[in-house]
Design a binder for this molecule. Structure first.
Ligand code: BTN
Length: 329
């Protein structure tokens, strides 16, 4: 069963976050728990590949482990509309929300680890514990499913805005339809699951995966160049700060999309468009089409200039371009 991180784990991590040696006995006495309970938490963290040194019956971290902290995020957002759930480990935040009965708007779900994280087109999304942001939330729009094509672009813009406001060195770009690029490498992705509702409404399960503190790690299962905020900024990032900024941006942007659709975001897309005027190929699932990317249509469809000079619109597909000689699927 998926559960939130127990408060004992938070407290033990808090003690170890000074990166000094603490004996099991000391931690146990400080927290009023048994040494076995401390040992169990340490073993559990080790199972998630968290590096904990053991020495002289004590433990220490080489670098602090900043867990996602629900109270801190709630206090900084001060928005009664949102519900936050933060799991220690879950197969996938989006699959969890999809199965959940009676979804409320702005029901946000985060996980420290995903055992079956999924990306677009059946790819897996590697989700190591405590490093990145794995987030899904639900929103019911007063819109028909056919009007939702621009949603993943709008979410991309809202995440990009948040990253820029965190640190202007991060110059995020967006690869149509749903990739977040930083310094020419993939730093995150967006996944949208749509559920058609009665009365022309539509519920979206909106998911964001953002690489935050992944650096110098070898990860099997990622088939393309990737980056992370830590990699670009050369320092460990407190994910709580990133999450707060991202949620503020999303809360503001969802209201706009609900009432005005993609239109108010169209000019901003140009600023973030990674593909603009690039030679790309588009895999539609049935064919691969090459051409020059020419921005997006008012509905958020990709505009592709074909070798004949004709510009065609595409509402879905997977884009590939070459950056610095590297293929970026
Ligand atoms: C992609 O670029 O292919 C989209 C990646 C989306 C990953 C996120 S992480 C949170 C949520 N849970 C999942 O299993 N996937 C999405």
């Amino acid at each position: 069963m998926a559960h939130e991180i127990p408060s004992t784990t938070f407290k033990i991590v808090d003690i170890l976050n000074d990166c000094k040696l603490h004996t099991g006995t000391n931690i146990a006495e400080t927290l009023g728990i048994s040494r076995t309970a401390v040992w169990k938490v340490v073993q559990r963290l080790k199972q998630y590949n968290i590096h904990i040194e053991s020495q002289h019956q004590g433990y220490y971290f080489n670098s602090p482990l900043l867990l996602i902290d629900k109270k801190r995020i709630k206090n900084s957002l001060k928005d009664p509309r949102i519900t936050l759930e933060i799991f220690e480990s879950i197969p996938s935040t989006c699959d969890y929300l999809k199965k959940k009965a009676s979804l409320k708007n702005l029901n946000f779900c985060f996980a420290e680890h995903q055992s079956k994280g999924r990306g677009r087109l059946g790819r897996s999304w590697i989700s190591p514990f405590g490093k990145n942001i794995y987030c899904s939330f639900s929103y019911t729009f007063n819109k028909d499913i056919s009007e939702m094509s621009g949603l993943s672009l709008v979410i991309g813009i809202l995440v990009a805005r948040a990253l820029e406001s965190l640190n202007p060195i991060l110059k995020p770009l967006l690869k149509w339809p749903n990739d977040i690029y930083i310094d020419d490498q993939k730093g995150g992705g967006i996944l949208i699951d749509l559920i058609a509702e009665a009365h022309g409404n539509c519920t979206a399960i909106i998911s964001i995966g953002l690489n935050v503190n992944m650096k110098d790690v070898k990860l099997e299962g990622i088939d393309q160049p990737w980056t992370s905020l830590e990699h670009i900024l050369n320092e460990k990032i407190d994910r709580n700060v990133v999450i707060t900024q991202m949620l503020k941006s999303i809360l503001k942007g969802m209201e706009v999309f609900q009432w005005e659709g993609i239109e108010p975001f169209l000019s901003e897309w140009k600023q973030y468009d990674l593909l603009k005027d690039e030679k790309i190929s588009l895999n539609t699932g049935t064919e691969v089409i090459s051409g020059i990317a020419k921005g997006i249509s008012p509905q958020g469809h990709l505009l592709l200039e074909l070798p004949s000079g004709k510009i065609e619109k595409f509402s879905y597909g997977d884009t590939t371009l070459f950056l610095k000689g590297i293929r970026c699927p």
